[in-house]
Design a protein around this ligand. Structure first.
Ligand code: GTP
Ligand code: MG
Length: 356
């Protein structure tokens, strides 16, 4: 297997690459026996062509459609792939082959195994002790965390800060990794990163280099960027993907009741894209969301997060930020499968987001 490179965007492949000497028979399940790290590393070297049923032409078509690695195929839906491969049956066969290659052929595991697997989840400190405590460790990889709040609540500030925090070494709450920032409203400010980085003891220039930035101009562009992000995360050591804001373009482009169904369907696709990115590439995804006045609420909180059930169900953790007295900010976790519903206070200063 030595000398082979993992699949990458068309054009980067070495055409003179020798054909693979020995083929591994995925279908036989032989590979399932070997779960060692070395085997996993070896797998990373596989090309799409190494999958049973995938020839050069098919591999090319798959890459053109944005499927670059065996992981991409393993987590695809047959319905999606059928459009490229001609039939769902064929798609399913190839997906199964990819899943077997990734040792996903095993459908069930014990809770103990799942527990061990979850131990590999990593956390990014928010830089605010009270918030980290509320989150029981910080922002989680392999999950989508949603920051909800009205204007000025601090969502964008927290996104900036997380893009800095992820760069810190693990002993200081980071993952020694880079951030990918998708800015839909044009509110990203490198100057703010400079102040925050300096306060956290990072070289500001390097901190800026470690944030990969893209401005999303509309919802289609936003979705395209997430598709492209899949290529970048592993190559560029990205451990945090931020989308600020998740929903602004969707709301602007699909106004009114008559467009609601279409909007929600597309938004759902976008969230699935993000969920897959988080799960497959082991990154933390953080999105921001606005709040709306709910005309039908007469008792209790008259505000609700935008995006309805699609966003509520799609995001793993939801943090509601609101403005308190004397410039303080209050964070509350809502609808969490693992956190108690409690609140904490923090503040925003020239140095960034800090404890109150
Ligand atoms: P929308 O995007 O409008 O929905 O709001 P948001 O939740 O993203 O708010 P954002 O994170 O932009 O918070 C803005 C607030 O952060 C401002 O009202 C300020 O209180 C604070 N802030 C932003 N930059 C600075 C700064 O450089 N120094 C200080 N002290 N505060 C700042
Ligand atoms: Mg904002």
């Amino acid at each position: 297997m030595s000398g082979r490179r993992r699949s990458r965007p068309a054009g980067t492949a070495d055409a003179a690459e020798p054909p693979m000497e020995a083929t591994m028979d995925y279908a036989s399940g032989e590979y399932l026996e070997d779960t060692s790290q070395a085997a996993a590393a070896e797998l990373e070297e596989f090309e799409l062509e190494d999958l049973e049923g995938v020839g050069r032409v098919t591999a090319q078509k798959l890459r053109q459609a944005g499927y670059y690695t065996i992981k991409d195929i393993a987590f695809a839906s047959a319905h999606e792939l059928a459009a490229i491969l001609g039939s769902e049956e064929r798609a399913l066969g190839i997906i199964r082959a990819a899943q077997r290659a990734l040792n996903m052929g095993k459908l069930f595991m014990t809770a103990k195994e799942y527990y061990e697997e979850r131990k590999r989840i990593a956390y990014i400190s928010t830089g605010v002790k009270a918030l980290d405590d509320l989150l029981e460790g910080g922002i989680e990889t392999r999950a989508i965390t949603e920051l909800i709040g009205e204007f000025g609540a601090g969502k964008t500030q927290l996104c900036h800060q997380l893009a800095v925090m992820v760069q810190l070494p693990p002993e200081r709450g980071g993952l020694s990794a880079r951030a990918l920032y998708i800015d839909t409203e044009g509110t990203f400010r490198p100057e703010r990163v400079v102040s925050m980085a300096r306060y956290r003891g990072l070289d500001p220039e390097r901190a800026l280099e470690n944030i990969i930035y893209a401005r999303a101009y509309n919802s289609d562009h936003q979705m395209l960027l997430v598709d492209e992000a899949r290529k970048l995360v592993e190559e560029q050591n990205v451990k945090l993907v931020l989308v600020d804001s998740l929903i602004a373009h969707f709301r602007a482009e699909y106004p009114g009741r008559e467009n609601l169904a279409a909007r929600q369907q597309k938004l759902n696709k976008h969230i699935m894209q993000l969920a897959r990115l988080a799960a497959v590439y082991d990154v933390a995804v953080v999105v921001t969301n606005q709040v709306l006045a709910a005309p039908d609420v007469f008792f209790g909180n008259p505000l609700k997060p935008a995006g309805g059930n699609v966003v509520a169900h799609g995001c793993t953790y939801r943090i509601w930020l609101r403005k308190g007295k004397e410039g303080k900010r209050i964070a509350r976790i809502i609808d969490s499968p693992k956190h108690a519903e409690k609140e904490t206070v923090f503040t925003i200063t020239d140095e960034g987001v800090v404890d109150a």
